[in-house]
Design a protein around this ligand. Structure first.
Ligand SMILES: C[S@@+](CC[C@H](N)C(=O)[O-])C[C@H]1O[C@@H](n2cnc3c(N)ncnc32)[C@H](O)[C@@H]1O
Length: 231
C-alpha cells in the first residue's frame, strides 16, 4: 500500500431525552504499512477475508480506487471500522460529508447492503463526485447511495430524516457548522464520526463542542480488537 497520512477517527454518541444513557464506541486508527486491504500497525490484524463473490468484488474495487483514484481517502483500516460500526448498529441512514472518489462511501455501502439502509454523501467537487458516482455504480450500490453535489454547508439544510451515523470528512473548520446543523437529526444512540481528529488537523472549536456537551460521549483513541459477525 502507498503511504497514507496518519489520521484519527473519533466517534461520539448522542444522548437525547431524559432516561437515556448511550454508550459511544470510538476507535482511532493509525493507518498501517500493511496491505491495501487494511492491515494496520498491529501485527495481529490481517486483511479482510471475503465471505462471498460480492464482497470479493467490492474489496477489489476498493483496492482499485486507492491504486488509481486516490484523493484524500480514509485509510483502509478506517474504512473497515466504518463498515463494522454501520453494520453492527444496523444503521439505516448514514450521512457523509466529503465523498471524494467514493472510497469510504463503498465501505459504508458494504454494511448498508446488509442493513437495508442508505447513504447520502456530499461533495463540492464535480469531478470527484462523477468518479464516485461511477464507483458506486460498479460496486452495485447506485440504488443505496445518493451523492449531493454542492457546498454541504448549504445542502445539508435540506436533510429531514433521522440520522444513525454522521460521518464528517470534509473541510475541518466546517465540522462545528455541520455538527450544529445536523445534531438535531442524529438519533439518540447515533454516532457522529469525525475524521482527522489529531492535534495538527482538528479544529479546537469542534473538539470543545464534542467534549463539553453532556449529551455527547466522545473518545478519540482506544486500542480494541473489534470483530463483526457479518450479515
Ligand atoms: C478527505 S476528502 C473525503 C474522503 C472520503 N470520505 C473518502 O474517504 O473516500 C474531503 C472531500 O470533501 C470535499 N469538500 C470539502 N469541502 C466541502 C464542502 N463544503 N461541501 C462538500 N464537500 C466538501 C472535498 O472536495 C473532498 O473531496
Amino acid at each position: 500500500m502507498k503511504h497514507v497520512t496518519r489520521s484519527t477517527i473519533v466517534a461520539g454518541a448522542v444522548v437525547i431525552g431524559v432516561a437515556g444513557i448511550l454508550l459511544s464506541t470510538a476507535l482511532a486508527q493509525r493507518p498501517g504499512r500493511g496491505t491495501g486491504r487494511g492491515q494496520g500497525d498491529s501485527q495481529l490484524e490481517k486483511p479482510p477475508v471475503p465471505k462471498n463473490d460480492n464482497e470479493k468484488k467490492i474489496l477489489g474495487i476498493l483496492d482499485d480506487i486507492l491504486e488509481r483514484q486516490r484523493y484524500r481517502n480514509v485509510p483502509p483500516q478506517d474504512g473497515r471500522l466504518l463498515r463494522i460500526l454501520t453494520e453492527s448498529m444496523n444503521a439505516k441512514n448514514v450521512v457523509e460529508i466529503g465523498t471524494s472518489t467514493g472510497y469510504s462511501g463503498i465501505w459504508f455501502g458494504m454494511a448498508l447492503q446488509k442493513t437495508g439502509g442508505k447513504l447520502t454523501t456530499f461533495e463540492i467537487d464535480a469531478g470527484r463526485a462523477a468518479t464516485a458516482r461511477a464507483n458506486f455504480k460498479r460496486a452495485g450500490m447506485a440504488d443505496i447511495i445518493t451523492i449531493v453535489e454542492g457546498d454541504a454547508h448549504d445542502e445539508v439544510k435540506k436533510l429531514k430524516d433521522t440520522i444513525d451515523i454522521l460521518f464528517l470528512d470534509a473541510d475541518k473548520e466546517g465540522y462545528v457548522d455541520y455538527l450544529n446543523k445536523l445534531l438535531p437529526l442524529v438519533r439518540p444512540g447515533g454516532l457522529i464520526i469525525a475524521h482527522n481528529i489529531n492535534p495538527r488537523m482538528a479544529d479546537p472549536k469542534y473538539i470543545e463542542a464534542i467534549t463539553t456537551n453532556p449529551n455527547l460521549e466522545t473518545i478519540v483513541r482506544t486500542e480494541v480488537g473489534l470483530t463483526l459477525k457479518k450479515g
